[in-house]
Structures are given as C-alpha cells and as structure tokens.
Design a protein around this ligand. Structure first.
Ligand code: CAA
Length: 380
C-alpha cells in the first residue's frame, strides 16, 4: 500500500491548483451572482489536457487514470464547484456513457475527441420528471424508422444542457420491457427537434448551466446508437459509478476549499485579545473537520485505485460519494459559523461553498441511494 502520489500525479495536482487559484478564483463570486459559465476558461482546461485525463489518447484523452482526474476535479472544486461539476459531467457521465456502452472503436473515435479535448461540452440525459432516484422509470422513446431512430421525451436536470455539443440520451427502444428496453444514443447539438427547455435557477453551483432537454421527433442515424436494445440501464449504472467518483472529488474539493479559508481566518482574526484559533473549542473543531476530510479523501482515492486497477468499484465509489459530500456539507456549514458574520458575506466565499455543497449530497444518486447500494451489498 502506497499513500504517496507519483511525480506525474503531483504535477497534475499543481497545474490544476495553479489554474484554479490564478484563473478561476478572480471571477468566481461574480459568476455565482450572475449565473455565468466561463466558457473560455473551460476551453483552457481542455488545452491543459484536464478534460480527457482518464481516457486513451486515441480518443482525445491523456491515457491516465481516475486518480489523476479526481485530483484535478478536487483542485478545481476547491475554488469553483460549478466548474467542477461541468467538468465532471462531461468527463465521467458523457465520456463514460460512450466507453461503458457497446460503442465500437469507430463510434468512440467519432463521439469522444471533440469533447475530451474540451472544445465542446458533453451532457448526460437519463433523469426525467418521473425518473429521478428510480432511474428505471424513464419513458423517453426511440422508435426505429428505416436507418434512423426517432426520439421523443424530456430529460431534466441536465448539467451542461445549454452548453453541450453532444448529448448521451437514454431512451426506450422496447418500451414494453421498461428498464430492460433502454438503449442509449448520441445526439449532436443542433439536431432538429432537440431543444433546451427551462434553464434552472439554483441555490448553488450557480455558474453551472443546468436545463431541461426536450426531444420532439429528433431523428438520429442508427450509427449514433451506442448502447444496444436493453443495454442502456446497465450502461447508465456503470457510468454513474464513475460519475460518483467525480462528485466525491467535487465534494472533497469544496470541503477543503472552505477549510483552508477558515484556517487563515482563525489565524488572522483576533477577539478577546488573541487569535481565534487559540480558543480550544475552535482548534478542536478544526481538528475534527480535518480528520473528517482526510478520511473521506482516502476513501475517494481508494475508489480511484479500485477503478484504475480494474477492480469492481461500485461500492467504493458509493462510499466515497457519500463520505466526501457529507463532509462537504458539514465542513462548509461549520466554516460559515466559525467565520461568524463575515462567513455569511459573499466576499469570504464560504457561504457560496455551503450552497454549492448541498447539491453534492443530491445529484448522481442521493446519499440515501448510496446507502441503499452499500446496505444492499451487506445482505446479498
Ligand atoms: N453496474 C452494472 N450493473 C448494475 C449496476 C452497476 N452499478 N447497478 C445495477 N445494475 C444492474 C443489476 O445487476 C440488474 O441487472 P439484472 O437485471 O441483469 O439483474 C439491473 O441493473 C437492475 O438493477 P437493480 O434492480 O438494482 O435496479 P433498481 O431499479 O432497483 O435501481 C438504483 C438501482 C441503485 C437505485 C438505481 O436506480 C440508481 O442508481 N438510482 C439513482 C439514479 C441516479 O444516480 N441518478 C442521477 C442522474 S445524473 C445527475 O445527477 C444529473 C447531473 O447532471 C449531475
């Protein structure tokens, strides 16, 4: 067992940290207030090679693993969790849908490089108004018509919905079989009938663009079908396993970002004639939070190592998602409290981090769903 990052991993971590501090931090408060996504900065992350980190070079990736990718998502999310989820959904959920499906080499080479190089975003269309935690309840259909499929339905809560160049859309080719009749299609932005619906006005991750995707007689060629009839549900589940690593890294980054701000504040701010950290109550609180962060981090890195070494990682990803995102909510809430009145003000960042943390306990499988997955494994 080796707890050290290698030189390449450290270099990726440092490059992502520098980018986050120097380029993402300056406008992060304004972007939160105006719900604006910084597209140029996203493209820059693509040029740095961050978006495609865990994919083979022939698909436009960097040929590295999920640990390298999680380190980057963590650093980005320490500063800007909206960018963290936009990145993670593209890499894990769009890219994952392609590689976890039945996609041929030709399809992978067609549908991955533009996205993995960061030129355009990818989005993941699974959730529907009546299919949230119960993902098997999808009713969007794909009906074969000659050598095309005609898609009809609506997807909701699509991260990157208004920005994406490519959408992985899960749809029923055999509706009578319910989840066992699900397939998956790649739909390019601009395909007639694909419309961006309501853009969500959110509590947190306000710079991330999340919307409905409406599909009205959307015609896609058969060669855009990546998960064959009945293979869609398992493709989605495998993809979400990896997505949960991304969300765990986002949650961990949010927790660490708030913690670092609190450390500096407790050293600098004096009350009752001494720096705040000299109050044992606050020092103990920080010790507790630090241990919570470190424990969550090692669960996340283990999930990455499980995935990168080819082991089954559904369970470790579920545990990492649960621990890192609960840590995000707890740590940010405590940090707002420790910064007192200042913690409530936007310029200190921690109130935004607390709002951003909440959704990490909800999306890509609520933390109750993670307990269902872990609990279920105990009584098989
Ligand atoms: N990998 C591979 N196969 C899997 C799997 C996995 N992780 N999990 C389940 N399966 C397979 C099962 O083996 C089973 O196969 P068989 O039929 O051959 O036996 C099949 O899938 C059905 O499994 P279940 O009976 O366990 O399925 P279920 O309907 O009870 O659902 C669930 C299980 C875990 C609750 C699942 O519905 C789930 O993960 N729900 C949460 C959905 C979710 O995470 N949504 C997030 C959407 S993305 C998002 O958040 C938006 C964003 O943009 C950020």
């Amino acid at each position: 067992m080796n707890f050290e990052l290698n030189e390449q991993q450290q270099a990726i971590q440092m490059a992502a940290r520098k980018f986050a501090q120097e380029e993402l931090k300056p406008g992060v408060i304004e972007r939160d207030q105006t719900s604006t996504f910084p597209l140029e900065l996203y493209h820059k992350m693509g040029e740095m090679g961050l978006i495609g980190l865990p994919y083979p070079k022939e698909y436009g990736g960097q040929g590295l693993g999920y640990l390298e990718y999680a380190l980057a998502v963590e650093e980005i999310s320490k500063v800007d969790a909206s960018m963290g989820i936009s990145y993670s959904v593209t890499t894990s959920l769009y890219g994952g849908s392609v590689v976890n499906s039945d996609a041929t080499e030709e399809q992978k080479k067609k549908f991955l490089p533009e996205v993995l190089s960061g030129k355009v975003h990818g989005a993941f269309g699974l959730t529907e108004p009546n299919a949230g935690s119960d993902a098997a309840g999808c009713i969007t259909t794909a009906v074969k018509d000659g050598d095309e499929y005609v898609l009809n339905g609506m997807k909701i809560f699509n991260t990157n919905g208004p920005l994406a160049g490519y959408y992985a859309i899960y749809a029923l080719t055999e509706p009578e079989k319910k989840a066992k009749g699900l397939a998956c299609f790649i739909v390019k932005a601009g395909t007639p009938g694909l419309k961006v619906g309501k853009i969500e006005d959110k509590m947190g991750i306000r710079a991330a663009q999340v919307s409905e995707i409406i599909l009205e007689d959307v015609r896609v060629p058969e060669e855009n079908k990546i998960a064959m009839d009945g293979h869609g549900f398992k493709t989605a589940m495998k993809t979400l396993d990896a997505g949960r690593i991304g969300v765990a890294a986002q949650g961990l980054g949010i927790a660490e970002g708030a913690f670092e701000i609190a450390i500096e504040y407790l050293k600098e701010r004096e009350q009752f004639g001494k720096p705040l950290f000299k109050n044992q109550y606050l020092m103990f609180k920080m010790a507790e939070l630090q241990m919570e962060i470190e424990a969550a981090k090692y669960m996340l890195y283990k999930a990455c190592c499980d995935k990168d070494s080819g082991k089954d990682y559904s369970l470790s990803a579920a545990k990492a998602k649960y621990l890192c995102t609960d840590a995000a909510m707890h740590v940010t809430t405590e940090c707002v409290q420790m910064l007192g009145g200042n913690g409530y003000m936007k310029e200190y960042h921690v109130e935004r981090m607390m709002r951003d943390a909440k959704i990490t306990q909800i999306y890509e499988g609520t933390n109750e769903i993670q307990k269902l997955i872990v609990g279920g494994s105990l009584f098989r």
